[in-house]
Design a protein around this ligand. Structure first.
Ligand code: FDA
Length: 317
């Protein structure tokens, strides 16, 4: 109920105005977002890389409404990739993109987004890193996978995201397990109708396990994006049963969530990648993080109503 409410609010411009304008929201946002500027993001990224983690950077934005805005997002990614190249970070750091930020919702949108994604992929190739295309709500799944397929003809290392909450995902995993494919498996962060998606956590988790096994049986490089210890345990035991080399798949988590666990798994030798969002357009991303865990809402309310001096972000809220 609270989850649906928060996900609904993530798409309401009026609520966005109120939440974004309230100065104390920032200190909670800071836990999940690596700042509003490229410099702030690079500082966070460098700290993660020097502690042995890999990173995927997301320049925040979605539901772009003009071609100019889509071009601006594309240019920001090009600037980001240039900096990653100049700073020698491309062995450890890639980027994640959202097609709706690149113009997919405009008229003829998927062509616009594809052209913009091509510009980003060309720059990524030039500086020596990869791009993963985030998955948005279920109405975009087919078009997103088609776009990734087209991009992969020229850039075979382009990755895609699949969501275990969708009924279709086991089949999608089986169709995307070829050599060279990079599938990031997550549970799914959007409010979806019951005709396309599992609602119960137990069903989403059961499908996650099934999909993880399908990907590990394939020839690609799966990327398991979850903070759920039960999912991670399943991945590790299936990887061992299937004789998967430890460096032939990745574990991935979001910035600010289970940071100790990220470090623990990396110390055991697992490639662990942290998804690092930055930029001024953090509202929808932030609301989805609140929706994932009711305790985050309690923490936000506490931060909003406490005296500024006492309201500190605690790890593990
Ligand atoms: P689950 O939600 O069951 O949480 C398991 C445990 O993790 C919780 O008990 C808690 O301890 C911790 N946890 C999870 N979320 C938390 C939060 N917000 N705050 C604090 N603790 C939290 N989704 C999507 O639809 N499209 C996409 O492209 C992506 N991309 C993506 C990339 C990466 C690298 C990650 C890690 C995740 C995504 N997601 C996503 C989000 C994903 O679908 C999902 O919503 C979250 O990862 C939460 O699901 P968990 O698997 O962590 O399990």
């Amino acid at each position: 109920m609270l989850k649906s409410l928060l996900l609904g609010m993530s798409r309401m411009p009026v609520v966005k105005k109120v939440v974004v304008a309230f100065p104390l929201t920032r200190r909670v946002v800071d836990r999940f977002v690596a700042g509003e500027t490229l410099e702030e993001c690079l500082n966070v990224t460098k700290a993660l890389v020097s502690s042995g983690l890999l990173v995927s950077i997301d320049y925040l934005g979605e539901d772009t409404t003009t071609a100019t805005q889509a071009d601006r997002v594309t240019d920001s990614y090009v600037d980001l990739l240039n900096r990653l190249g100049a700073e020698g970070l491309t062995d450890s750091v890639e980027v994640s993109i959202k097609l709706s930020a690149l113009g997919s919702l405009l008229k003829g949108g998927y062509e616009v987004a594809l052209d913009n994604a091509r510009v980003i992929c060309a720059r990524a190739e030039r500086v020596g890193t990869t791009v993963t295309v985030d998955m948005e709500d279920h109405s975009t799944t087919d078009a997103t996978l088609r776009t990734v397929h087209t991009l992969r003809a020229q850039y075979p290392w382009v990755g895609a995201v699949l969501q275990s909450m969708l009924y279709r995902t086991t089949t999608d995993c089986a169709n995307h397990d070829d050599a060279g494919s990079r599938i990031r498996l997550c549970k799914g962060a959007y409010a979806e109708p019951t005709d396309v998606a599992h609602k119960a956590k137990s069903a989403v988790d059961r499908n996650y396990r099934r999909c993880a096994t399908v990907l590990l049986q394939g020839e690609g490089r799966p990327m398991f994006a979850t903070h759920d210890s039960a999912m991670i345990d399943h991945v590790l035991s299936e990887a061992s049963r299937l004789d998967r080399r430890i460096d032939s798949y990745e574990l991935q988590m979001l910035l600010g969530i289970r940071s100790d666990e990220q470090q623990r798994l990396a110390a055991l030798g697992h490639p662990v990648r942290v998804y690092v969002p930055f930029g001024t357009d953090w509202y929808a991303y932030f609301m989805r993080r609140l929706a994932e865990r009711p305790a985050n809402v309690v923490f936000l309310l506490r931060a909003l109503f406490q005296r500024p001096r006492r309201a500190q972000v605690q790890s593990g809220f």
